[in-house]
Design a binder for this molecule. Structure first.
Ligand code: F1P
Length: 346
């Protein structure tokens, strides 16, 4: 991890996407703005990066669906850095967004899983996630790997720019080292999540709520359920609930709340109260040892504690397992969901 903080591990492992993070450290540190383009799960990883980079490196970040960006007339400047994220490296929308940004002189940094893919070749520099092939169509481990690379980028730029305190940086590095073991711990929740899945497998709608770093995770949880279980699901920032989705809540509505201990914890406690007051069924993902939300929730999934900056790496796992079990119980093909292609090349 320390090596990768100096850009070495990532840069040296990435022969094809020349440059790597280290060579572009200065460029990133001096960027006026970072634009992130991606689709689907990769877009959600980009949203986590917006929170990370703005918080740790204090550079403005915009995250765009490549499928929109490519068709509008966006403002892109020569001193912008565009990060393109794609598991397959073949997504046509993301490739077209890259070409558009390139034509306006921006520097393109790719984060891809597939070595030598079209997106890897179209970028100026980049980092491979090396997550191995995704067996199924829906991205899962690619998300974790993308968020890890993006976390390192935010930490590297933040330390270069002096916007992150050394003690904080060391704390994050130490916590990052513990993430693999904590993911293992989280995977042990499989049986419990299977039991919860059996209760809700016939639901027709799901709501996913999260705040801060867990907001993109709520979006990702909802997307996974849609993709592999074919259940209508919506992800929302919990604070937006009162602006519309709250009207949907009744005793039929399962609400997955990602409510780990972080800077927005007190606020999400009141969101859970709002859901319970309307008789919604709360499946809460909480930090181990929490007692406040478990006292209100219908089902509690406890995951290990970590810094809020790293929490998406853990909190996404129970949501992936929930979608997986519900899909299997509904007889869906989790590896090859209907209507979805591994690489969306049109
Ligand atoms: C983007 C994506 C995936 C999704 C599905 C369709 O792919 O939307 O996130 O799970 O496979 O494509 P990519 O650009 O990350 O390869």
């Amino acid at each position: 991890i320390l090596d990768s903080m100096r850009g070495r591990m990532i840069a040296e492992n990435n022969h094809l996407m020349m440059g790597g993070i280290r060579e572009y450290e200065n460029k990133f540190a001096n960027a006026q703005r970072i634009l992130i383009v991606a689709c689907g799960t990769s877009w959600h990883a980009g949203l986590v990066a917006e929170y990370l980079i703005e918080d740790l490196a204090r550079i403005p970040v915009e995250v765009e669906y490549a499928s929109e960006f490519r068709y509008r007339n966006p403002i892109v400047n020569e001193n912008d850095i565009v990060i393109a994220i794609s598991q397959s490296g073949e997504t046509a929308d993301t490739l077209a967004a890259i070409e558009l940004a390139k034509s306006k002189g921006a520097t393109i940094f790719g984060i891809c899983n597939v070595v030598g893919s079209s997106i890897a070749r179209a970028t100026d520099a980049g980092a491979y996630t090396h997550a191995g092939p995704e067996i199924g169509v829906a991205s899962t481990k690619a998300f974790t790997a993308q968020v890890t690379v993006l976390t390192l980028i935010a930490m590297i730029i933040g330390s270069k720019r002096g916007t992150i305190e050394t003690s904080k940086l060391h704390q994050l590095i130490a916590e990052l080292e513990q993430i693999p073991a904590k993911v293992e711990e989280t995977l042990k929740l499989d049986k419990q999540i299977e039991e919860i899945s059996a209760i809700y497998k016939d639901a027709t709608n799901f709501l996913y709520l999260g705040r801060g770093y867990n907001f993109p995770v709520a979006l990702e949880g909802a997307l996974k359920l849609k993709e592999i279980s074919y259940i209508h699901a919506e992800g929302y920032p919990a604070a937006e609930m009162k602006h519309g989705p709250i009207a949907l809540i009744d005793e039929q509505m399962p609400v997955v709340v990602i409510a780990t201990k972080d800077s927005s914890y007190e606020k999400i406690v009141s969101n859970v109260q709002e859901v319970k007051a309307r008789k919604g069924k709360v499946i809460a993902v909480v930090t181990e040892g929490d007692t406040t939300i478990p006292a209100m929730a219908d089902h509690v999934i406890e995951i290990p504690e970590t810094s809020e900056h790293l929490m998406p790496l853990l909190s996404v796992v129970p949501l992936q397992l929930l979608s997986y079990h519900i899909a299997v119980m509904r007889g869906c093909n989790v590896d090859q969901p209907r209507n979805l292609a591994k690489s969306v090349t049109v």
